[in-house]
Design a protein. Sequence first.
Lengths: 317, 278
Amino acid sequence: MASWIPIGGLIVVLVILVIKAWPAIIVNGVGFLKNSDWLPGNTYGAVVHTHGVAHPSGSNYGAWPLIAGTLETSIIAVVIALPLAVGAAFALTERMPAWLARPLGFLVEILAGLPSVVIGLWGVLEVGPFLAHHVYPLVADHVPNVGPLRYLKGPVGYGEGLLTSGLILGLMIVPIIASTTRDLFLQVPALPKEGAEALGLTEAEVARRVTIPWVRSGIIGATVLGLGRALGETMAVAMISGSVLGKVSPTIYGTMTTIAATIVSQLDSAATDGTGFAIATLAEAGLILAVIALGVNLVARTIVSRSGRLAAPVGRG
Amino acid sequence: MDEPIRAQTTSEAIDPVLARLDPDRDRPTDVMATDALSLSFASTTVLRDVTMRARQGTITALIGPTGSGKSTFLRTLNRMNDKVPGFTHSGDVTLYGESIWGPRQDLLTIRRRVGMLFQRPNPFPMSIRDNVVAGVRAHGIARGEQLDVVAEMRLREVGLWDAVKDRLKESPYRLSGGQQQLLCLARALAVGPEVLLLDEPTSALDPLSTDAVERLLRTMTPALTLIVVTHNLGQARRLSDSTMFFFDGRLVEHEATETLFANPREADTGRYVNGLMG
């Protein structure tokens, strides 16, 4: 019975979002998913009606840059965070003596609780400018101009933008993935690991063939948890992304924005729209974010149930 | 080869000739030996002054009450204790006359040459076939399609082939305990060890599976040299050529199995093998 409470809550939230977004859904149509404009229209001018919905004249909304920005920053974040987190968890559980692993593990968990506004401030004042001056130029100059690597070419900007946001998001989700993965590693029984060592496998092979596969589905779950955080992270990205509406960044360094950052940065001005249409549009963007997050979770569940085919039964070994 | 070799029909005349041609003639007959081996964890000495030899192709049983140091002794023989914090040793363990801790020895190679089977089955989280070839792959002994050949050969060797040939790509955890242990044995044999250490290999198995494993182990000598820790005295008697009795961190007695069980030299040995002690 109790397991229905979160599902019920989820349905209530989604229904309210749909109701609030309904006028925007009708007017913006399918084009909302692929258009790039973000024009609130003349909020002091004439009110026009489309399909019976009132909105300011000249308003025209498209969420594609927000959707792309959300996905791009989150993918960068996970690509950066996953190896770091698994490596950190491995070091904490397998390589370090307990007197060092315990305080360091505690530190990792504290990092997970650092307020994102603080991290955002650090990112925009310190990390971004540093990367833009010392790291990005090197990358942009030396990367060969072929295939997908072309994406790393181009002007590096001032440190606010897609790559910086992705990197900071990555750092923010490392503790989430690492602390879960560390707990998972601690649950791997000693016997199969010893068996692999006794067979003459190196420490790295034991990790790759036994320890990590043993808890693979758990690591996928932890990664989705981190991905969910990255998709929905608002404050830090709002500060670091450059908050540029209306276009998808052509390079990995360019300024951009995400759904969550846009909702928070546009909420104030949207409230000045007397027809309520701007608010409805933000609700529609929020609905898209919720659907993306749910979709990611469903995909992860499918992967977990597939990879569970060879996985070890918990509590045996 | 200074004497001329004449055609002779009696075996007395041929055997010395064959013996001289045997490439292994200079090899020590002791595959594994220890010399005054003492083992400690931090300041606690768990085993003192053990000197033993395991001859080529024999089965040595290690018996003794819990805590007598026999498992620690076994795990030292392929250096499994090396990374345990505080572990130190004095004396030496030799494999074909060379110290296993020698400067020319490679830990991973020692473990390939001295395999191990554990108390409980410990398949890896990968398919049945991948389990068998996990070590083969890691040591680069075979690759590609050869791996399938190795897997089939080793699974046949342990008598598991017919039971698993249709589910080689499936999880090993759905096999019975006995089948899992046979799979682990196939995995250990696949890398071609010279010595196999067995730590109570049948203690988690039912009598039928135990019987299957024991019969299999007997067929592995003389190619392999086996050292078996067991709490099952019947198993020690059935299986081994010689038996070592450990008690209270000492090797009390090491004799031919029949002698040790029938005419124990020490009083403690007699009490243990007659079931009068733990």
